[in-house]
Design a protein around this ligand. Sequence first.
Ligand code: ZN
Length: 412
Amino acid sequence: MTGSPPSMDFFIDAFQWHRKFLPPLVRQDGLLLLSETDLFMLGSPGVLAVERVLREGVNLASHCKTEGTPALLAEMLHALEALVRQGFARPARADDAEPYVVPDFSSPAARVRVSEHVDAIVLSDAVSHDAAMRWGRAVTAGDAGLTLVFCDDYLDPRLGPIDTQQRTTGWPWLLVKPTGERAMAGPLFTPHAPAATACWHCLAHRLIRNRPARAWWQGRHGGRTVGMPVRVDAKLVEDRLEALLPLALGLVSQSGQQVWTLEPREPHAVVARPQCPQCGNAGLMAHLQRQPITPMPCLSSARPDGGWRTMPASATVERLARHVDPLCGVITRVVPLGVEAEDALTVYRSEIFRTAPVHGDLSASALVQVCLGKGMFTDQSRASAMCEAVERYAAFSSIRATRPLSSQPHRR
Ligand SMILES: [Zn+2]
């Protein structure tokens, strides 16, 4: 059995699903495995037959003894070997070199008072009191104060009340996640700032929209936030905290409105949603949809390519650039379809994530909406693809948020 440690006996040894996955969801068409960053759909008869053995953590030998020799035993052995080799399953006796925990969103937060202007709220069991103190002493907070919030999950529902509390007091706060597959820090939420900046709900809205598999999974649980298993080994968390600290200091000193990830090390712009029910106007979109269309004068320019534009396509591309991001953006990505060439028409492809209906298809294509844009020049094609994506994104949102337009009074 290529790639498997020689000590393993797939009939005698007991195996279990890798702990980075939630317990598998078994459907008629296959088995779903969801982790913090991935969704896998496995459908072979051998995998489906061995699922219960892995879920119960028993070996095939004892399974045969109690249940009788299954008809698919050969397929089960083959599936087991493949699942272990590919990292979906692991020996049940394996030492936990990579311990995982599912965060308990019902446990109370630990508060750490660092100084007159700095405190910390710890929602992660992997972050020690000493680590929170060390971070609190390293940051320099102005008179506005600062709260550091350590969590295992940026969608932890306990962050909602914290956001409310911070907006009530006007204290800025910085979110930090040193555990799991994806460590991150930021943004610095600045409820005291005169300019509108995002609140946690603005960020959470974008994050869950960009995690369609998790959103789908949560939909099956009545919308309740499902805690995902996260890696919490002490050395990993210690290294992450050390690597995140300089990024956090930069965010605090510059009131950074970005989430910084470590792998890859890059910023993700966080923007305020004017229609946010918590920090904006919840009725904004419905109000705008009910307004009559009123023609008004604007700058326009006729171009030899046949288009009428109120601004250059390059300006549209620049204006929407901060919304292109697979983590916090509206548009997941925008790329040329094929090779760009000076003398040829270039078509651009954009993508947005979309949440599949709870009882509908969950294939990879059901979680991504592809849009295309074309034009005479590169900027036109890119702008066209981006605007198409924004339009689709808004359509998916408005379908959920408002009653059908056809039921509204007709306006001229
Ligand atoms: Zn908000």
